[in-house]
Design a protein around this ligand. Structure first.
Ligand code: GRF
Length: 198
């Protein structure tokens, strides 16, 4: 059985990356082929290497505002890993339309809100400020528009009275670690039917 090759892009600790990697075992149709970061110090790189997964990093900082130049470098290890699917997992750089178009229809992202609500940053604080009773996370296909592509899965979390953004974020992250692996498992088998976790 030839597995789908899955490349995972991270910027930080990589807890979502680990939930994906640890799920791609046994009968799963995917296998990780690369963990790539825009930060050479990202904690997730060492965790991936411990699991025997190829890692690479391209520091975005020397490129300043020149996203195309940064992406040209980022594409070198990424294309060399020949991914069938690309997963953004806590990857905090906004990608250009040119970059995304190379992987159109096979690049996913997890976002910590119930899209289309709260695209962008500080999603937990914004949900609390708005007085929302529920919040959550979304896995979607990536398009040129930020946090905007077709939804492949959502998980809901109750917002509790007195919640701080940190407390809410921690409960959402637990759901992220369930939702993303389930969506990827199906996606690797060609099933894009949305997953809705309670
Ligand atoms: C997650 O909440 C993810 O949704 C967001 O960044 C956070 C990073 O988590 N984009 P990790 O790096 O996967 O632990």
């Amino acid at each position: 059985m030839s597995h789908k090759r899955v490349a995972i892009l991270i910027s930080g600790g990589g807890s979502n990356m680990l939930s994906l990697v640890d799920s791609m075992i046994g009968g799963h149709a995917g296998r990780p082929c690369l963990v790539l970061s825009n930060d050479p110090e990202a904690g997730g790189l060492a965790k991936a290497a411990e699991r025997g997964i190829k890692t690479a990093s391209v520091d975005h900082r020397p490129f300043g505002k020149d996203r195309s130049a940064f992406e040209a470098e980022l594409l070198k290890p990424l294309l060399a890993s020949q991914p069938d699917i690309v997963c953004l997992a806590g990857f905090m750089r906004v990608l250009t339309g040119d970059f995304v178009s190379r992987f159109q229809g096979r690049i996913l992202n997890i976002h910590p809100s119930l899209l289309p609500k709260y695209k962008g940053l500080n999603t937990h604080a914004r949900a609390i400020e708005a007085g929302d009773s529920e919040h959550g996370c979304t896995v979607h296909e990536v398009t040129a528009a930020l946090d905007d592509g077709p939804v492949l899965g959502q998980a809901r979390v109750e917002v509790k009275a007195g919640d701080t953004p940190e407390e809410l974020a921690a409960r959402v992250l637990v759901q992220e670690h369930k939702l993303y692996p389930e969506v990827l498992r199906r996606y690797c088998m060609g099933n894009n039917d949305p997953v809705l976790l309670p």
